[in-house]
Design a protein around this ligand. Structure first.
Ligand SMILES: *Cc1c(COP(=O)(O)O)cnc(C)c1O
Ligand code: SF4
Length: 401
């Protein structure tokens, strides 16, 4: 079936920050504009705003996708192969952010739409370039840095990002961590006295059952030497409806909890995601953002500038800008390293320092993250340092005598 939509449907879409209302709701998000509107018109707000409805109604087969976009028989057959390796899934909410008028260039479409390119170049990249498995003393627990560890709690996500660097976990069935695994991890953390931070990751850690999440947080908090709990979650982006009062009450019990999320483009910042972030912050949980630099999605100064400004408006601090890792199936998203440095060069000094994330490359083999900044320090001598500012002017800084 070919979807039909009128010009008026398109006219009602609003896609760019230029059209932001002065009231500050800087979003193109209007539920079900364009193609989805036709198919979701009958959905009650109470259902649409319910995360369980969103999960139950995920689009995760090509047959469902075909209700929204036309695919040739050849495309279907090629994409079936892709999603048999790297599964497909997207929440109606996140899908509804797509600008169907120009979907091939749409940042959300590109992040969720499977591509034949994912199966090209299997020789390039590796399944686990950061050697997370090798650095795991207990399965699913990566201990790379001296004072912090990362726990993988699930391989399930509400929406699967085609650029995910844990794509190696996708071919397994969707599953959550077992109590036995949790206990093994907790035991390891308890034994290692220098661990002062535990990062909950996945998959989507906020999608595991509440009892399990409660149990994990409770177990971590019982360990005296753990100071900080950090949650890495894309929920504010792909399923902000999940940020419920119950969930926030649970998280707030285990303060200090920090949340790192993953907005890649300003079009993901909607009234709904803004409200979710606001509520998280109001629960005493600081929110930071990790963006992945993605070719054709956000690899330009203007997009990242607008993203970072929009993040600050919703009280989310840009933390990292990551170079895309050389993971199998992700090659087509990678940019050159120089691109990231160039982008930082155009942000640093030109805009609020709060809007400038750290550009980092995660080194292959498990060496950890390396921050890369434009070269501002031209030379050192015992007496002085020669510095370059953001305007390319040269200054001499006198060292202490
Ligand atoms: C990224 C990462 C961390 C956290 O690093 P920060 O620089 O503190 O954000 C911790 N452990 C692993 C394995 C990581 O990949
Ligand atoms: S939400 Fe995170 S873990 Fe899940 S697919 Fe996207 S990048 Fe991967």
């Amino acid at each position: 079936m070919q979807p039909k939509f009128s010009k008026n449907d398109f006219l009602r879409m609003h896609h760019s920050l230029d059209k932001i209302e002065p009231s500050g709701i800087f979003s193109r998000y209007v539920r079900g504009i364009g193609v989805p509107r036709k198919l979701w018109e009958h959905i009650l707000d109470k259902d649409w705003n319910d995360w369980k409805w969103q999960i139950a109604n995920r689009i995760h087969t090509l047959q469902e996708l075909q209700k929204f976009i036309p695919l040739s028989a050849q495309q279907v057959s090629n994409l079936e192969k892709v999603i048999s390796v790297f599964r497909f899934g997207v929440t109606p909410y996140y899908f509804s952010l797509i600008n169907f008028q120009d979907r091939e260039h749409d940042p959300v479409f590109r992040q969720i739409m499977p591509s034949e390119k994912e199966l090209e170049g299997w020789g390039k990249g590796s399944w686990d370039p950061l050697n997370e498995e090798g650095d795991s003393p207990v399965p699913g627990l990566t201990h790379r840095y001296p004072d912090r560890v990362l726990m993988v709690l699930t391989n399930f996500c509400p929406s699967y990002c085609r650029h995910c660097n844990r794509k190696r976990k996708w071919p397994q069935e969707e599953h959550n961590i077992t109590r036995e695994r949790i206990d093994q991890m907790i035991h390891y953390i308890g034994k290692n006295l220098h661990l002062r931070e535990v990062i909950l990751s996945g998959g989507e850690p906020l999608m595991i059952p509440m009892e399990d999440l409660d149990y994990i947080l409770w177990s971590i908090r019982r360990i005296d030497h753990v100071e900080i709990i950090r949650i890495g979650s894309r929920i504010p982006v792909t399923l902000p409806q999940r940020i419920t009062g119950d969930l926030l009450t649970l998280l707030a019990k285990y303060s200090p909890v920090w949340l790192n999320t993953h907005f890649n483009h300003y079009c993901e910042i909607t009234s709904v995601s803004a409200e979710a972030c606001e509520k998280i912050v109001q629960s005493g949980i600081p929110v930071n953002n990790q963006t992945v630099l993605l070719k054709g999605i956000n690899d330009d100064v203007q997009t990242l500038l607008q993203l970072n400004h929009a993040l600050l408006k919703i009280k989310v601090r840009p933390y990292y800008l990551f170079q895309c890792d050389p993971v199998i199936g992700v090659e087509h998203f990678r940019t050159r390293v120089a691109k990231g440095i160039e982008i930082i060069e155009h942000l640093q000094g030109h805009t609020s320092g709060l809007a400038v994330p750290i550009f980092a490359v995660d080194t292959p083999g498990g060496g950890g993250k390396v921050p890369l900044i434009p070269n501002y320090c031209l030379s050192f001598s015992p007496e002085h340092v020669i510095l370059r500012n953001y305007r390319n002017q040269i200054y001499q800084y006198q060292e202490p005598i």
